[in-house]
Ligand binder design. Structure first.
Ligand code: ADP
Length: 394
């Protein structure tokens, strides 16, 4: 019998899950999967670590599945998969730990109330992240529930990096630059001591480029600055999010275009970024394959903003020893890595085209002459959550 840890990542229309089992070689991933299409046409899939499908199910149209029923299905599946192993805890991805949590926490009733109070800071994500915790606390009160936050890793940033130049009362009310993707950055930082000891103790910029995209400056493995701020809107243009915007644009849309807050939220979160600029797709694969000038413009803007942020984070670090690409685009889009590295030649970056085209992971993709080591390292937020959960349970 081994100890097992389940990891849940609940969003508005999907719940992703993983099951890690503690063996002699450490935490091994046994099962992963998801239920998606919640409230529309739900589908469930579960795969083994070799990618083989263990179980699949679809719910017919007109039989919408909500979070509660999906979670019941998942827990029953996980219980069956556990066989002789013992579930010692469930780790949850929670977007916001507010100004309070700089580390994961075991959730009980009062902690859950505090986490619910952060909902106004992340109204599109926090309620969905908390639903399975609330449900699991009721369903299996004996199983510890651990919340792991996307914001926590950034609480080491200097005060000035976490501030907006707003009056003090607003700052004290929690209007701060929180930063996100913290579990991804923490995982990448945890891989550096073995892969690149100089980068682990030096100055590293990590580019998490997925549908959501951000960058983080690590000094000695700790976050000292990041491109995302109060919400996951700031910084780089993303799949459908605008990234940084002159706040005057929002005032203009409100006052001159008669848009209300909901319409602006939809514009900035769902209809901007790569999709808004190209008018074609939010998917980098589609844009890279397209000859359409609007697709090229979207890719140009994405790379241009990355280069600008690279300069900003390099200044915050006082130089750069290493750059790491991760996330769906960072790990898979060699042309984007190539452009970003060419634009960063001024930093002493020299990319090796052959290594950049390699499918090996992790992969070192800079030349011996490069003053900056460049890496492609797959991220693993679920493993980071499992590790935190294991540590908290002692
Ligand atoms: P999320 O932020 O939702 O977790 P991912 O990290 O999975 O997203 O990244 C999704 C993005 O990765 C999409 O824009 C997708 O086009 C891009 N992507 C995945 N594979 C490739 C590839 N081979 N080439 C270019 N882009 C890719």
């Amino acid at each position: 019998m081994h100890n097992a840890i389940a990891v849940l990542n609940a969003g508005s229309s999907s719940i992703k899950f993983s099951l890690f089992v503690e063996r002699d070689q450490g935490l091994t991933l046994d099962v992963r999967g998801k239920v998606d299409g919640l409230y529309t046409t739900a589908r469930f899939i579960s795969t083994a670590s070799d990618g083989g499908v263990i179980a699949e199910r679809s719910w017919p149209e007109g039989v919408p599945l909500g979070h509660a029923a999906a979670l019941d299905h998942l827990i029953r599946h996980l219980e069956a998969e556990l066989a002789d192993d013992r579930l010692i805890g469930i780790g949850h991805r929670v977007v916001h730990g507010g100004p309070i949590y700089s580390a994961p926490v075991r959730v009980d009733g009062p902690v859950l109330q505090v986490l619910e109070s952060f909902t106004p800071l992340a109204p599109l994500h926090q309620p969905h992240n908390l639903t399975p915790i609330r449900q699991a606390l009721k369903r299996t009160p004996e199983v510890p529930q651990i919340a792991c936050f996307d914001t926590a890793f950034h609480r080491t940033q200097p005060e000035v990096a976490q501030m907006f130049a707003l009056p003090a009362d607003l700052r004290e009310a929690g209007i701060l630059r929180y930063g996100f993707h913290g579990l991804s950055y923490e995982y990448i930082a945890s891989t550096l001591p073995e892969l690149d000891p100089a980068a682990a103790t030096g100055r590293t910029i990590v580019l998490h480029l997925g549908n959501g995209a951000s960058m983080c400056a690590l000094a000695n493995g700790q976050s000292i600055a990041s491109t995302m701020g109060f919400t996951a809107l700031e910084g780089l243009p993303m799949g459908t999010r605008s990234g940084s915007l002159d706040p005057g644009v929002v005032l203009y849309l409100l006052e001159q275009r008669g848009m209300d807050a909901k319409a602006i939220e939809t514009l900035l979160y769902k209809a901007s970024g790569l999709l808004g600029v190209s008018g074609i797709s939010n998917d980098m694969r589609t844009l890279l394959a397209s000859e359409d000038p609007r697709a090229r413009l979207a890719v140009d803007l994405f790379c241009y903003r990355i280069n600008r942020e690279l300069g900003s984070l390099a200044a915050a670090l006082g130089g750069v020893d290493a750059i790491v690409f991760t996330g769906g685009i960072g790990e898979n889009a060699a042309p984007i890595r190539s452009r970003v590295c060419q634009d960063a030649a001024w930093l002493g970056v020299d990319i090796d085209a052959g290594a950049n085209a390699s499918a090996r992971r992790p992969c070192h993709i800079s030349t011996a002459a490069s003053r900056v080591n460049v890496w492609v390292i797959p991220t693993d937020e679920e493993r980071m959550i499992a590790r935190h959960t294991r540590r908290i349970l002692g």
